[in-house]
Design a protein around this ligand. Structure first.
Ligand SMILES: Nc1ncnc2c1ncn2[C@@H]1O[C@H](COP(=O)(O)OP(=O)(O)O)[C@@H](O)[C@H]1O
Ligand SMILES: [Mg+2]
Length: 223
């Protein structure tokens, strides 16, 4: 489902060049659940952003869901993100002026799903994530746990093959972190998605994912 070969990323150039990824190689099969561990600055978010088509690599090749990302135009990359990728960020990234329903509906609007089907699917999804009673609320009216549930719903609504979760519980207290993680893992399992989960929690990584990739200074050690 995901293959990286000699992937590298350098931010900036000349004397201000920052190497964020160096010669990264790995393969992740469809339906695998993989945790990415590594200290701050080791390149975890850079890797996730490139896999999700939010950023581009400097060198190397990356194939995700059969798409050779470096060859895609901006438009094709946007379609790839919309059709294949669900992304969950530490800081939620919900649109503050929109309701929960509008935030979760947006990917379906972009995918040109009709209004009736949109309403049905969003209602069903919000109930699945435990937000059926918060449909008309705005993000500021929600707790952190509820915001991340809304972000999970938005990430899943287009039924992506790959779910990328970058420290999804990093801004939550431990009770909310546990329940959001349970929700996320249940959804991944039910839908048979491929999961990449950046986390600091070794124990959680070992318990809930099939494999751990460790990053250090922009390199991965695959075990
Ligand atoms: N937009 C950027 N511009 C310049 N350097 C960046 C940028 N994003 C990340 N970096 C640098 O790349 C390295 C890896 O960062 P990141 O992928 O965010 O690490 P992690 O998610 O593991 O904390 C760090 O040295 C960071 O400072
Ligand atoms: Mg990060």
């Amino acid at each position: 489902m995901i293959t990286a070969e000699r992937l590298s990323k350098t931010y900036g150039s000349g004397t201000s060049a920052v190497p964020a990824l160096s010669d990264v190689n790995f393969t992740i099969a469809a339906g695998e659940r993989v945790a990415i561990l590594g200290k701050s600055g080791s390149g975890k978010s850079t890797l996730m952003n490139i896999i999700g088509g939010l950023d581009t690599a400097t060198n190397g090749t990356l194939t995700v869901a059969g798409q050779h990302l470096a060859t895609l135009s901006r438009r094709q990359l946007a379609d790839f993100r919309l059709g294949c990728i669900g992304f969950i960020f530490q800081s939620f990234h919900l649109i503050p002026s929109q309701t929960v329903e509008e935030n979760v509906t947006l990917p379906l609007v972009l995918a040109k799903v009709g209004a009736g089907e949109r309403r049905r699917r969003v209602q069903e999804m919000l109930e699945a994530v435990g937000l059926g009673h918060r449909i008309g609320h705005r993000p500021t009216q929600l707790s952190g746990g509820e915001r991340q549930r809304a972000a999970v719903a938005r990430a899943l609504i287009n039924e992506p093959a790959v779910l990328l979760a970058d420290e999804p519980t990093g801004n939550l207290d431990s009770a909310n972190a546990t329940s959001v993680m349970e929700l996320l893992l249940t959804q991944v399992q039910t839908r048979g998605m491929t999961l990449l989960l950046v986390t600091h929690d070794e124990e959680l990584a070992r318990r809930h994912t099939g494999r751990v990739i460790r990053m250090c200074d922009g390199r991965v050690e695959v075990n």
